[in-house]
Every structure is written in structure tokens, then in C-alpha cells.
Design a protein around this ligand. Structure first.
Ligand SMILES: [Zn+2]
Length: 189
């Protein structure tokens, strides 16, 4: 992999392999690969073999109603999906604490949604808008608008990122599995 310091990356972009590097700030490990959790600038520390990201985000404590955020789905159950918020869109300051967002089934998509698992799955990268501040580290979110929703879907079978095939369907390039999602009009891939 040819990631260099100063490169701009998006959530999910591959940065290196764990045989060569240790995942540091704002990265995660995914089956031997190091990927970026956030949109931001790559920092490669060749001496200590670490890769980290300087996020292009705002402090979550500054989250306000109406702000667009991005993050990764951590749980989907019954009427509510939970998302670990990685940052606010269009801001430059890095996160200081971890924020969690809840998406109620009524706020996931236009019209009636029978199953929340047709909208989101664990590991999906999502963009959403804040509708309510619940606490210091907790907000309610909506993904109803066209440009909101899943921007990268993770296959429930093999955890590879999936390709868009229609407005609400994605396919896994690795195992061929098809799944439904509430896709953002900005879906990447
Ligand atoms: Zn798959």
C-alpha cells in the first residue's frame, strides 16, 4: 500500500497492513488491514511503525442541532441503531471525546421502515444530522434526507465494503452477497 504522510483519506480507506504498521489514532484494524476511521490527513511514523490520522473534524462537544456528522454503526436492535460519531462534517478541529448517536427507526428513511436491519448494519459508515442533544456524549440523529445514510456498507458475511447496485441495494465484491441499506446519495463505491 502506498499511503504517504500528508495524503487526504476518507473513512474506510486502506492505509497499510498490520504486519508492517501499528494502527494509531483514528484508525482501525480490519482483517489485517489498517483503515481510516475518519476523513483526514495521514501521518506515517516510520520510526515507530505507526499510522495515524489527523481528523478533518470538529470537537463533538460543539455538536449542535442541524450539524452533519459521520461515524460507524456499532449496534442495530429493534427500533434503534447506535452510531459512534467520529466527527462533524466541514470542520477542522479534532475530536476530544467519543460521542454516540442514536437513529430511531422513524428517523432512518422516508416512509415506513419494517426492519431497521434493512437500513443499517454494524460496521457501516454513515452520515447523519443531529436532531436532539441528549447528553454530554449522546445525540439523536436522522438519516431521512437523500444525502444522508450509509456512505460505505460493510458485508454482514465477510465484512468487506460493498458496491452500490441500486438506490437501496449493495453487493459484496468479495462474496457476492446482496443486502439492503438506507444509502446516501453520496455513497462511495
Ligand atoms: Zn461479503
Amino acid at each position: 500500500m502506498k499511503t504517504k504522510s500528508g495524503n487526504f483519506v476518507l473513512p474506510g480507506d486502506p492505509l497499510g497492513v498490520t504486519e508492517e504498521f501499528v494502527p494509531a489514532d483514528w484508525t482501525y484494524e480490519d482483517d489485517g488491514k489498517i483503515r481510516s476511521l475518519v476523513a483526514g490527513t495521514v501521518q506515517v511514523d516510520n520510526k515507530n511503525k505507526k499510522i495515524s490520522i489527523i481528523p478533518k473534524t470538529n470537537s463533538p462537544s460543539l455538536l449542535k442541532i442541524g450539524v452533519m456528522v459521520f461515524g460507524q454503526i456499532s449496534e442495530v436492535r429493534g427500533q434503534r441503531a447506535l452510531m459512534k460519531i467520529e466527527g462533524a462534517k466541514g470542520s477542522t478541529r479534532s475530536l476530544t471525546t467519543s460521542f454516540s448517536g442514536g437513529i430511531h427507526i422513524s428517523q432512518a428513511d422516508r416512509g415506513y421502515v419494517s426492519k431497521l436491519t434493512d437500513e443499517f448494519r454494524i460496521g457501516d459508515l454513515v452520515e447523519a444530522r443531529v436532531t436532539k442533544i441528549i447528553g454530554l456524549d449522546n445525540v439523536d440523529l436522522t438519516t431521512v434526507e437523500n444525502e444522508l445514510g450509509v456512505i460505505k456498507a460493510m458485508c454482514t458475511n465477510c465484512r468487506d465494503f460493498m458496491k452500490k447496485v441500486s438506490k437501496s441495494e449493495v453487493i459484496c465484491p468479495n462474496c457476492g452477497r446482496k443486502e439492503r441499506r438506507k444509502l446516501s446519495s453520496n455513497y462511495e463505491g
